[in-house]
Ligand binder design. Structure first.
Ligand code: SF4
Length: 383
């Protein structure tokens, strides 16, 4: 029997459909999986004809709906409801429509699921104060990934060891982020400092297990795995002993980071404009940060929730590319970048409401996290 692990707020998600101010049925191209496509091809009557008229099928690419000139799904009606849902029922929505904003990740013995920050209702749940997410684990017969048949395979045993090591590391990261049970004063900046230290340490620990080398190999080694050699690993380890906050909240570094984000593929013009404004106002943003942190004191937990979100969602991917350090730094950069956007929003409008915070988070998530190419480039930038 396999497990399913997911944050407890997952079960509270319900699409707000017509209430949503930024429906996922617009701007994005909506793919149609093969099984659904086969069904759509057989739907009879007027609605069947309408369906097929709005589907594009290209060789080597997944079929998708042809967007209207306003970049909306052609089945999103004027009331903000889905005509396919209305005519054919929820069970005949394309997989992406049924699952979004849920995401999944598969492991040797089970699966993890979560909600993506790019959806405004999901973002509201992720940011909420009501307790730090508890990750519930359920057993699921259907989710048994034939592990028994492979149980003795040496590769599988090793993979399991690596997975477990990463799960243990992630648990330690969560412990750093969650509030101090003894009521000791702690703040997100201090936690980020600790996380950054852990990033360098965990990368070295991971490599010791993943790529054990005898002393002779070590002496000969000039270049090695994970896009870096001994020197690079030493650099990561040393770097992480510097104070994260002093490195991030520095004009030179932020200018570099914003310029890098501006060079990525931009999906929403508002994002491009915002980055430009941030770059122009960087000195003032940095000067005002102390004041902002006092203003936002009661809501600083949101940054902890964001760190947990980014780590839960991305950290375990290190089992595919060995980039442990990078996964943690991505969580730190993303959380602090969102904070920088918050400071600017507060400077401009004098306040941060839940609505504006949700908008900022989902804009960041859509532009960076939900764009595969951008994520690849971010990965290169971080490494
Ligand atoms: S973005 Fe989220 S709340 Fe909005 S329509 Fe899509 S799933 Fe529903």
């Amino acid at each position: 029997m396999g497990y399913i692990r997911r944050p407890d707020y997952y079960r509270n998600f319900k699409c707000i459909s017509s209430e949503c101010t930024d429906s996922c049925c617009q701007e994005w191209e909506i793919d149609i999986d093969d099984e659904t496509l086969e069904y759509y091809m057989q739907v009879e009557g007027e609605f069947g004809d309408r369906l097929r008229k709005h589907i594009k099928i290209e060789e080597m690419e997944e079929a998708h709906f042809i967007q209207t000139k306003e970049e909306r799904c052609p089945f999103l009606n004027e009331c903000g409801l889905c005509d396919i849902f209305i005519h054919l029922g929820e069970e005949h929505l394309s997989q992406i429509c049924t699952h979004h904003p849920r995401y999944y990740d598969w492991f040797l013995e089970g699966e993890e699921a979560g909600l993506g920050l790019c959806c405004e209702e999901a973002a509201r749940l992720i940011l909420q104060k009501s307790g730090y997410p508890v990750f519930e684990v359920m057993m699921d017969e259907e989710n048994d990934r034939e592990r028994d048949a492979q149980a003795d395979d040496e590769d599988v045993i090793f993979q399991r060891k690596i997975e477990q090591m990463l799960f243990d590391m992630r648990e330690k990261l969560f412990k750093i982020i969650k509030p101090d049970v003894n009521g000791k004063e702690d703040n997100p900046d201090e936690k980020m400092k600790e996380l950054y230290k852990a990033a360098g340490r965990f990368q070295c620990e991971y490599e010791d297990v993943m790529f054990p080398m005898c002393q002779e190999d070590l002496e000969d080694d000039e270049t090695d795995f994970v896009g870096g050699g001994k020197e690079e690993n030493e650099f990561r380890n040393q770097a992480s002993y510097h104070n994260w906050n002093e490195q991030f909240w520095q004009k030179e570094f932020l200018e570099k980071l914003i310029t890098f984000y501006l060079e990525l593929e931009i999906n929403d013009e508002n994002w491009w404009k915002l980055l430009g404004e941030i770059r122009r106002n960087l000195s003032e943003i940095l000067n005002k940060r102390g004041e902002f942190l006092k203003y936002y004191q009661e809501n600083l937990y949101e940054y902890e929730q964001l760190m947990i979100y980014f780590i839960f969602r991305h950290f375990m991917k290190a089992r595919n590319d060995d980039a442990v350090f990078e996964k943690i730094v991505f969580a730190l950069i993303s959380t602090d970048f969102i904070q920088m956007l918050d400071i600017y929003e507060w400077m401009m409008s004098g306040e941060i409401t839940l609505k504006s915070q949700v908008n900022i988070c989902k804009l960041y998530s859509k532009e960076i996290e939900y764009d595969e190419e951008n994520m690849e480039q971010v990965s290169r930038f971080l490494s």
